[in-house]
Write a protein of this length. Structure first.
Length: 255
């Protein structure tokens, strides 16, 4: 049983801050399901789930096409997928209205116009970081979590970096324990090279797999013609999940 607080599992409330509409379940869906089975209340809040714009940048349009869903309305479809996947593992669903990076527009046009730009330093300044921090602060005030989980941003995506930076700030301000996960499937090689990894128990893996395949718009992009990858990565979760903490010490196992 994963433990971050000193109360009973019935008192345990986890706010999982997912940068995008799939990150939390792809990365720690099994661990979140385990917490639910142990009696915790879990809410997965996606921070960057706002609508796609009327006019897509060439880069965003290309991503839509690669996923097999050209045109507008793509994010609404993804929110529907996420609601089904999150509900399938027994968690509450929350979708914020800030668009993800590929849709955000600055004074001179789209802010992120290539894959490389998504993994460079973000260019939106302190005001945008404050906006995300205020959003997280409102979620914390509303759900009163005993712990917060989010991405460790080790892959370097700008939305993940912004999310964890803002989450760390709010966690310190509210004295809420914060834990971070390694993003999947991007961090698969990192996990394999790290001590303390073992497969999820079969029942948790099966529940997670059923949830993951509900993200139909993302399958071709994340797992192009590679069913083996999807079978392998889903069983990679930390024996100590999540793996970093700001606040109280963490201990865990699936035993």
């Amino acid at each position: 049983m994963l433990v971050l607080h000193k109360g009973t599992d019935a008192d345990r409330r986890i706010l999982a801050l997912s940068p995008h509409l799939d990150d939390a379940i792809l990365s720690v869906g099994g661990a979140l399901r385990n917490a639910v089975l142990d009696g915790a209340r879990v809410v997965i809040a996606t921070l960057f789930a706002g609508e796609d714009p009327v006019e897509l940048s060439p880069y965003a349009a290309g991503l839509h096409k690669a996923c097999g869903y050209p045109g507008r309305g793509f994010v609404a479809r993804r929110r529907g997928e996420d609601a089904m996947a999150v509900t399938a593992i027994g968690c509450g669903v929350e979708h914020a209205t800030i668009p993800e990076a590929v849709y955000r527009i600055g004074a001179t046009g789209p802010l992120y116009t290539s894959h490389a730009s998504l993994f460079a330093a973000h260019s939106e300044g302190a005001d945008f970081l404050d906006t995300v921090g205020q959003l997280i602060g409102r979620l914390v005030a509303r759900f009163r979590p005993t712990e917060i989980w989010t991405s460790d941003a080790s892959a370097g995506h700008v939305d993940h970096v912004i999310a964890v930076t803002a989450a760390c700030r709010v966690a310190r301000e509210t004295n809420t324990p914060l834990a971070m996960w390694v993003d999947q499937p991007y961090g698969g090689k990192m996990l394999l090279q790290t001590a303390g990894i073992r497969p999820l128990p079969y029942d948790l893996w099966l529940c997670k797999r059923r949830a993951v395949v509900m993200y139909r718009t993302q399958m071709q992009l994340l797992f192009p013609n590679d069913n083996l990858t999807i079978l392998m990565f889903e069983r990679l979760e930390w024996d100590r999940v999540p793996h970093k903490v700001v606040g109280e010490s963490i201990g865990s196992s699936f035993d």
